[in-house]
Ligand binder design. Sequence first.
Ligand SMILES: Nc1nc2c(ncn2[C@@H]2O[C@H](COP(=O)(O)OP(=O)(O)OP(=O)(O)O)[C@@H](O)[C@H]2O)c(=O)[nH]1
Ligand SMILES: [Mg+2]
Ligand SMILES: [Zn+2]
Length: 306
Amino acid sequence: MRGLVTKSTGSWYLVLGEDGTRVECRIKGKFRTKGIKTTNPIAVGDWVNYEQEPDQDSAVITELEPRKNYIIRRSVNLSKQTQIIGANLDQAMLVVTLASPPTSLGFIDRFLVTAEAYSIPAILVFNKLDLFSEEGLDVLADYMAIYEQIGYPCLAVSAQDGTHVDAIRSMLKDKITLVSGHSGVGKSTLINSIEPAAALRTGKISDWSDKGKHTTTFAEMIDLSFGGKLIDTPGIRELGIVDIEKNELSHFFPEMRERLNECRFHNCRHINEPGCVILEAVDHAEIESSRYESYLSIYHNQETRN
Ligand SMILES: Nc1nc2c(ncn2[C@@H]2O[C@H](COP(=O)(O)OP(=O)(O)OP(=O)(O)O)[C@@H](O)[C@H]2O)c(=O)[nH]1
Ligand SMILES: [Mg+2]
Ligand SMILES: [Zn+2]
């Protein structure tokens, strides 16, 4: 039988069969992704084949279908362990908060680079709008302008009181959307607000560290009653880049990509080369300096390959 993986705990998987039944599955045999070592061989969003175990309620996954795409991360800086966050996605929504807990621009950029590397359209949702002071709203507007200018859709919402949540709904219809972000930014609260039937567990922010408490521990796919699916995921602290070469990194910054042919040298690294249009654009504030800093930070990190 063929089915879609809707929940993964690492040791068992919940699979929605094409006949509409849900069954708990275990894995047998080895599943590999293009030679990449992952801590989870099968992820939510994967299509699999499985066989019912005789005299039991459970089944065994026998085959993993090739993935259209996926979002992958290195769990700790420079570790070889990688984790597939979700597979076969139509788009990815990064939930961001400027405070409680803070999300850095560097983290946002790493997420966007990963999505670009697999050609997955990304949406930025700035949550907890109800907490913003006048000053905070100015910073929010600046942040949103950076990403809107590049072409990423940005929304400011409050999952708690429902402000602007309707605008998100219309972007989700009939699509499979991965929801990611730091712990405590309100991913599960937002999904509950979009689809109350989901009834996901949510958790308070720690008083002393201003960080989330990793309330969601497993990735899980939620059906949207108006069409489409959302994947709730555990909060991530860091997003280590996987499988990107230094010389292709600039292609994953859309505002750099559109200028690349104009550098004097075809193999320009955009670091200190004469006639580099990227450096020129940064100088003229046509490319945001925070974005360029993220480029340099990822470029110089050993996580990207020569
Ligand atoms: N003020 C305010 N609080 C919010 C909002 N959205 C979520 N919260 C609160 O933020 C805390 C964390 O929310 P969760 O939905 O559990 O966060 P999460 O991103 O799912 O966190 P993990 O599952 O740990 O990754 C809870 O106390 C929520 O009530 C919001 O729009 N405004
Ligand atoms: Mg959660
Ligand atoms: Zn250049």
